[in-house]
Design a binder for this molecule. Structure first.
Ligand SMILES: [Zn+2]
Length: 270
């Protein structure tokens, strides 16, 4: 399949990924990560396990597992997530997404299973530019308190540039804050993807120290813009739904981790 966001790794632009069969050990590794609540660890274990080759725009391909692992770890997570979810659908026969959605108007539950489940292949895939960045002028500047040699100072941030968070960023965030606090987990992952603030390049140390403060103090509307940018790439995790009781139509959000968990559960029971 074509990667939603082509990206450069080791001076080569990767554009495609091919997945093949699933070995039992891959399912075991994937489940072990999922059981720890480490969704991106599960995505990594699964995708590395099922990937046969990755190909560049020049037509060269990589099939060495060790190298594939590094590439998959360091590519935009929207690529890894999309490829893993689609592979899980096509290889393992878990092509249906089942779910219970709550009507935003009357609150009644809509159960989608069996004949009313959604086919994963029918979901849209959003594409982005190669190595794309996201830059934003903040609607409200953020003041960051910093301390150097016991000197307190305040840095005001008005704009920033980030790249797509990678699986690696999410794994680091998982190690640092876990996933119980979903928002802080998100802020931590975004921090590692931060490249510049107000035209100044930021290094790993700056990012990991001040990045989480920047995202935590950011206006909610600005945070929504980041989320919207990321969600508009890769598999659209939204499905149009209509309520059986009041007729309300809305786009229900589908959980990638929920799909992954149910697919793992059903492969185990077969
Ligand atoms: Zn309703």
């Amino acid at each position: 399949m074509k990667l939603p966001v082509p990206f450069t790794w080791g001076n080569r632009l990767f554009t495609d990924i091919e997945t093949g069969r699933v070995r039992g050990g891959v399912m075991a590794d994937t489940k072990a990560e999922a059981d720890k609540g480490n969704y991106f660890g599960a995505v990594l274990a699964y995708l590395v396990g099922v990937t046969e080759t990755m190909t560049t725009d020049a037509g060269d391909s990589v099939s060495d597992k060790g190298q594939l692992r590094s590439i998959i770890r360091e590519m935009p997570s929207v690529n890894s997530e999309t490829a893993a979810l689609l592979a899980m659908g096509s290889i393992d026969g878990n092509e249906f997404i089942e779910g219970v959605y709550e009507c935003p108007l009357c609150g009644k539950s809509l159960v989608c299973e069996g004949e009313t489940a959604d086919l994963i292949e029918d979901m849209d895939i959003g594409e982005g530019e190669a190595d794309e960045r996201f830059s934003l002028d903040l609607s409200q500047p953020v003041d960051i308190q910093s301390r150097k040699k016991d000197q307190e100072s305040v840095l005001q941030v008005r704009s920033f540039i980030m790249r797509h968070p990678t699986v690696e960023d999410y794994l680091k965030a998982f190690g640092r804050v876990g996933t119980v606090d979903q928002l802080r987990f998100q802020f931590s992952a975004y921090s590692f993807a931060l490249l510049e603030t107000d035209g100044e390049e930021r290094d790993e140390r700056w990012r990991s120290t001040y990045g989480p403060m920047l995202f935590a103090d950011m206006d909610r509307a600005d945070l929504n813009k980041i989320g919207k940018w990321i969600r508009s790439r890769g598999l659209a995790m939204r499905l149009p739904k209509a309520c059986n009781s009041c007729g309300k139509k809305w786009d229900a959000e589908v959980s990638g981790s929920g799909f992954f968990a149910s697919a793992l559960g059903s492969s185990e029971s077969r």
